[in-house]
Design a binder for this molecule. Structure first.
Ligand code: HMG
Length: 318
């Protein structure tokens, strides 16, 4: 590989190998996916400061919160207070909205990017949205239509794309069908969720191949891996080799889903940035600042970050 200077940490940077992108768009989900699962309530001001610090690392997309029913996700019940506290940051701040009620709440605060969240399996659709897969899609249709009419960007998450804790391995055609439905209703982009972290690289390649064959352009696909079996980075690399350039991750590896048994932390943004830097792929993120932010957040949560990179680099600094 050809070298292209050194990274901020003094590591040799390489030019991306053939078949890998020059830049990856990191979609940071720590403040939403990460914090939605915390047992102890995180004060709104701490969440706002977390998002401000994340914005100073160079991250350009920071999912802020969810406008869901507060009884379903009590940890994010402060969305009305949090969103205005960060709305003036010079970054994109998407929010989750499950239905028109959620969209109304988000639009009232000036949100410009929203995300609906579907499931590839009936069990998770019921557990997470109290709906069948089709009923959930019907609930999203007016949300997407109204958002698009106001030039608000819409992401379509799809959970349980690989395995489901109740149903086991998820057939690829079932996943492709819901992806198509989300795109056909007008979603601008998809995020393929390995909600419980059971995917492996071969499965990732097979799903991305099937989506390509079904006419889904890879440019609209993002990947969202959890690290239960330590496969999140391998899965990400496989996705990049298949042409994906949007990767979801969570600062410090925070995360999990309150409605999915065995969902563990997301791919840590630091681990992702470390790998991408080593591959010579640009992200715009300052890894040192990001590690400091996750160490700061971990202190508030009262436990160390599970991210290997956070642990390695924060030990180096001591
Ligand atoms: C979809 C619902 C609301 C259905 O929940 P439901 O109980 O069926 O709601 P409903 O439509 O029957 O309405 C019942 C009451 O809730 C109110 N209500 C209804 N909607 C809202 C709202 N938006 N905001 C505030 N209030 C709301 C509504 O107004 C009504 O109030 P009432 O008339 O009885 O006084 C519920 O199931 C819900 O909020 N679910 C959210 C679950 C969630 O947020 N899960 C985590 C996100 S998904 C995830 O983490 C996975 C992901 C994305 O990261 C990717 C991956 O890893 O796979």
């Amino acid at each position: 590989m050809t070298t292209a200077g050194t990274s901020s940490l003094g590591l040799p940077m390489t030019v991306p190998a053939e078949g890998l992108p020059e830049r990856v768009r990191i979609y940071e989900v720590g403040a939403r996916d990460g914090l939605q699962n915390e047992k102890a309530t995180v004060p709104t001001e701490v969440k706002a400061e977390f998002i401000r610090r994340l914005a100073r690392t160079g991250l350009e997309i920071i999912e802020a919160t969810s406008f869901v029913h507060p009884k379903w996700v009590p940890q994010l019940a402060d969305a009305e207070q949090l969103y205005p506290a960060v709305a003036d940051l010079p970054v994109e701040l998407p929010v989750l909205v499950p239905n028109e009620r959620g969209l109304d709440r988000a639009l009232a605060l000036g949100a410009r990017r929203v995300a609906v969240f579907a499931s590839a399996t009936e069990s998770f659709a019921k557990a997470n949205l109290n709906r069948t897969v089709d009923e959930a899609l019907a609930m999203f249709e007016p949300v997407v239509a109204r958002a698009k009419a106001q030039q608000v960007g819409v992401r379509g998450y799809l959970s349980m794309c690989f395995g489901d804790p109740w149903e086991g391995p998820v057939p690829i055609p079932q996943v492709v069908k819901v992806c198509r439905a989300l795109l056909d209703m007008g979603c601008d982009e998809l995020s393929l969720g390995d909600t419980i972290g059971v995917a492996t690289p071969g499965h990732v390649k097979a799903l991305l191949t099937a989506l390509r064959e079904a006419g889904v352009p890879v440019s609209v696909i993002g990947v969202h891996f959890h690290d239960t079996y330590g496969q999140a980075l391998s899965n990400t690399l496989t996705a990049l080799q298949q042409g994906v350039t949007t990767v979801d991750s969570s600062a410090g590896g925070l995360g999990g889903c309150p409605y999915a048994k065995s969902a563990t932390g997301n791919l840590a943004t630091e681990d992702l940035v470390w790998m991408l830097q080593g591959l010579g792929i640009r992200t715009g993120v300052d890894l040192g600042r990001l590690v400091a932010t996750s160490v700061w957040m971990a202190a508030h949560l009262g436990r160390p970050s599970p991210s290997r990179t956070v642990r390695a680099l924060s030990h180096q600094e001591q």
